[in-house]
Design a protein around this ligand. Structure first.
Ligand SMILES: [Zn+2]
Length: 320
């Protein structure tokens, strides 16, 4: 009887892998706002809820827009050596072709595109575009910091570690970010080369991907199978989760890697917002701060939410 129940439970939905767990993306954008100089805080702080909530818009869009998916990752293990990858998108297209690039992901190039768009929005003093693009740029920067967003084995599917994507970027932060992580990071910094920064981020992520996989394999081999998972109620559904003990052990083995990458995501996000503003000539944002969004602008956001299914339902997961 007991076995029957366990089998039935195992058949239940395992919580899907959400990118930085939605929770993480929101936390990163939210924390990034406080790293900005006062001239920018004046615009960003009143929009804190928007910037937090809309940190996950790019993932919501993945199911409606075909081009969206590749913007969230890059399979760095597809390229040898890494130095051979052109840092400019146009040269990369000339070398590999657009289809191949799309197949293996384009996040480091997309970060540059989004930063340019944000710079333009600052030049135009377009408040809606500034807030929207800032929220979304934070998403792509954060995805680039996740080691498994830079590996073709993105959910452990080649190594029988299915679920590890969400384990690293959702489960661990959800359990420990609020209680154990120190997310006070310092101040936004001016970035001279956005391209160099984007490539550094994905190279660091790719260099860590093997450890992310290997350490979980080691942990798995020394953990009792029945202690690896627990069952929790989420959105009214019993879901199978990596147990707290297993998550804690993994977090310890990673020696704070998740926290470190989260901190770096926060700093990089604020720094690129700041850089876009500086490159646009440091427009005065005070006059924009009091302006409210138009009906049409708000509708655009609401439409995206309408298209989006609630997290936890099929189609809402975001592994790369
Ligand atoms: Zn994403």
């Amino acid at each position: 009887m007991r076995r029957l129940i366990i089998t039935a439970l195992l058949a239940l939905q395992t919580t899907p892998a959400l990118p930085w767990g939605f929770f993480g993306h929101k936390m990163i954008n939210r924390n990034a706002v406080f790293l900005l100089p006062p001239e920018m805080i004046i615009l960003y702080k009143p929009q804190l809820e928007f910037i937090t909530e809309h940190a996950v818009d790019p993932d919501k869009r993945r199911y409606a827009v075909k081009e969206e998916g590749p913007r969230h990752y890059i399979d760095m293990d597809h390229y040898h050596p890494w130095d051979s990858i052109p840092s400019s998108y146009n040269r990369a297209v000339a070398k590999y072709g657009e289809d191949s690039l799309a197949r293996h992901g384009i996040v480091p190039w997309w970060i540059q595109t989004m930063t340019s768009r944000l710079t333009k929005a600052f030049e135009l003093k377009d408040k809606f575009a500034i807030i929207k693009l800032s929220a979304e740029l934070g998403h792509y920067i954060s995805d680039a910091h996740v080691p498994l967003h830079t590996s073709s084995n993105h959910n452990g599917q080649f190594t029988n570690q299915y679920g590890i994507h969400g384990f690293w970027e959702s489960r661990v932060p959800e359990l420990f970010a609020e209680t154990e992580f120190d997310l006070i990071v310092g101040k936004a910094q001016y970035i001279k080369s956005v391209s160099a920064m984007a490539w550094t981020i994905v190279r660091q992520s790719a260099a860590a991907a093997d450890s992310v996989l290997l350490l979980e394999q080691q942990l798995n081999s020394r953990f009792r199978p029945d202690a690896k998972y627990s069952f929790e109620m989420r959105n009214g559904i019993i879901t199978r989760q990596y147990s707290t003990a297993y998550s804690k052990a993994y977090h310890n083995m990673l020696q704070g890697m998740v926290e470190r990458r989260m901190r770096e995501s926060i700093l990089a996000t604020a720094s690129l917002w700041y850089t876009a503003w500086v490159n646009a000539g440091q427009p005065n944002l005070q006059e924009l701060a009091g302006r409210s969004f138009s009906e049409k602008e708000l509708e655009e956001w609401q439409e995206l939410s309408r298209q989006w299914k609630e997290p936890g339902l099929p189609g809402s997961s975001c592994s790369n």
